[in-house]
Design a protein around this ligand. Structure first.
Ligand code: MLC
Ligand code: AMP
Length: 522
């Protein structure tokens, strides 16, 4: 059970239970094919990386990290464009027993400043273009080393790593040692770092390998960003722990996906990617003939898209449900023996994972009753980085994590997500916390207050709309509000529209009625 006493990786802890085979990299490496010269990753820019290349390059970067003499549990913060070399840095961090901290490339200065101050990384890896301002704020926060890595295989990290040996023994770790910290936005504006252990990630990858029936012949199209759970863990671990080749694109492009479909068997995407693929005429039953599995997650897949996909391709999308704090917790079945995939649902609790629905008083609810979704299992994170009180609040007294999602479970155990108790917008698979954007707008000159709500969007599923009230005597220009947000916050957090109104609707308690705003601006 998680408690407020959780402290990540105390330096002086007894490490006698540390084992090499507890290191997630060892589990991934053990699945690499015996013919190490085979292609492991082929990119849309025409590059091919063998399994040996992944092993050698990650060994060299791990040896570079080892040479820095970092303390156990040191964080390696990485904000770089997607590339196979960025994947190598992740693998090297695992091998070296350090903690990987990926950051969305859309984050701007103020956002990065917070993450670096909060996580105190020993090493920061950024693009060459950002080195000036990133290194300044990293060194000011006590970071020891800042390396650059560009998506064209240049940068100081690779230059330095080239001087190191290709031989490296993965570091022995304990099951509960941290492998990664994934920041997830906070409801009060402060992001929280979800601490995931080698065991969390390994057990989830192994369960998904079985449950999704990965085949030796599988080939994955990797089109997702690699700074969040979906692209970094579900997709990459899925392929590597099965020794499966990846067709790799640095930025999602529906035409490239279609070009690759005949050579592939597995695709994973957020619903927006399915919407954009459906818009391609070339998507047909014929083009998807070689495919075995289409997986969707990170945001709700509308039933109309689920059905349209079935009609166009003859394939039934498998929808699954996950979180930064829990990796994957539920999934629709893959094999017929496990059941039928049902659109509009997120399937069953994964093997070894317990999911329940409870009301606000902690009463477990019956079949079909709507309540808060809670989860317990080897997939559930260790807690929030440096936030023991917050961690304790988010767990029940019997050790279940409160997801903040609202749903139902039917008699067969099928789980449906019907809403969220957290005030959150999911736009194209990225989470936007209205409180963070509202806080920013409220600080603008002439603004009295604001409300940011999510409204339906054909492409992104949901997008943010800002409704702003000016202070008496002031005029607020909606375009200026949008421009200001754009200059300070990550692009996906920027509301797509802004309206200036006289008052926000409130209930008898004085609380802003966001439901009313949602229907008004839909
Ligand atoms: C880009 N924009 C977005 C956006 N992505 N706005 C809202 N929501 C988004 N998700 C902005 C751009 O900055 C641009 O603004 C405008 O919208 C149009 O951008 P675009 O060129 O159409 O977007 P694109 O770059 O193609 O990106 C779309 C996308 C991307 C769907 C490919 O958003 C994406 O990769 N999403 C996946 C997110 C993901 O991996 N989630 C997993 C989280 S893990 P402007 O002003 O510049 O024109 C998790 C757990 C789990 O949730 O269960 O998996
Ligand atoms: P994140 O904090 O980025 O990890 O996002 C996790 C959240 O994404 C969950 O709490 C859900 O609200 C949402 N989510 C993930 N998968 C699905 C899905 N298949 N359907 C609906 N919501 C989902």
């Amino acid at each position: 059970m998680r408690s407020s006493s959780i402290e990540p990786q105390p330096k002086s802890a007894d490490r006698s239970s540390a084992r090499t085979d507890s290191n997630l990299y060892v589990a991934l490496r053990s699945a690499f094919p015996s013919h190490m010269k085979q292609c492991a990753v082929e990119t849309d820019t025409g590059l091919a990386y063998s399994w040996q290349d992944l092993e050698d390059a990650s060994a060299m970067v791990a040896n570079l990290f080892a040479s820095l003499d970092l303390e156990a549990g040191a964080r390696i913060a990485v904000q770089v464009e997607k590339s196979v070399e960025a994947l190598v840095v992740y693998l090297a961090t695992l091998r070296a027993g350090l903690v990987f901290l990926p950051l969305n490339t859309a984050y701007l200065k103020a956002e990065l400043e917070y993450f670096i101050a909060d996580a105190a990384p020993a090493v920061v890896v950024c693009s060459g273009a950002n080195f000036g301002w990133v290194s300044k704020l990293a060194f000011a926060s006590g970071t020891g080393y800042v390396f650059t890595l560009n998506d064209d295989r240049t940068g100081s990290l690779l230059e330095r790593a080239a001087q190191f040996s290709r031989v490296h023994q993965p570091v022995a770790v304990r099951n509960d040692d941290l492998a990664a910290i994934i920041y997830t936005s906070g409801t009060t504006g402060r992001s929280k770092g979800a601490m995931l252990s080698h065991h969390n990630l390994r057990s989830n990858a192994q369960v998904l390998q079985q449950y999704w029936d990965w085949q030796k012949s599988d080939v994955l199209i990797h089109a997702l960003p690699i700074f969040h759970v979906h692209g970094l863990f579900v997709a990459i671990h899925g392929a590597l722990i099965n020794g499966s080749k990846m067709l790799w694109m640095n930025k999602f492009d529906p035409k490239t996906v279609l070009r690759w479909l005949p050579q592939a068997t597995v695709f994973m995407g957020v619903p927006t990617m399915y919407v954009r693929l459906l818009a391609q005429e070339a998507l047909t039953q014929q083009s998807a003939q070689s495919m075995r599995l289409f997986v969707s997650g990170s945001a709700p897949l509308l039933i109309e898209h689920f059905k349209a996909w079935q009609e166009r391709t003859g394939h039934t999308i498998l929808e699954r449900y996950g979180m930064s704090e829990t990796v994957m917790l539920t999934s629709n079945p893959c094999r017929a023996v496990d059941g039928v995939r049902q659109g509009g649902t997120v399937g069953f609790a994964l093997p070894g994972v317990q999911v329940r629905v409870r009301d606000d008083h902690g009463q477990t609810l019956g079949v079909g009753e709507v309540g808060g979704i809670e989860v317990k299992g080897p997939n559930v994170f260790l807690g929030y980085w440096q936030m023991p009180e917050k961690t304790a609040q988010e767990f029940t007294s019997d050790g279940f994590f409160k997801t903040g999602d609202v749903g139902t479970i039917d008699a067969k155990g099928t789980i449906c997500i019907v809403g969220r108790s957290k005030d959150l917008i999911i736009s194209g698979g990225y989470n936007v916390y209205p409180a963070e954007v509202e806080g920013f707008i409220n600080a603008l000159s002439g603004v009295a207050e604001s409300a940011v709500v999510g409204v339906p969007d054909a492409d992104f599923g949901e997008v943010g709309v800002a409704v702003v009230v000016a202070k008496p005597g002031f005029t607020v220009d909606p375009l200026h509000v949008i421009a200001q947000i754009k200059s300070q916050l990550a692009n996906f957090k920027v509301p797509k529209r802004c309206f200036v109104v006289d008052d926000l609707p409130r209930n008898a308690m004085g609380k802003v009625q966001k439901n009313s705003l949602r229907s008004q601006y839909a």
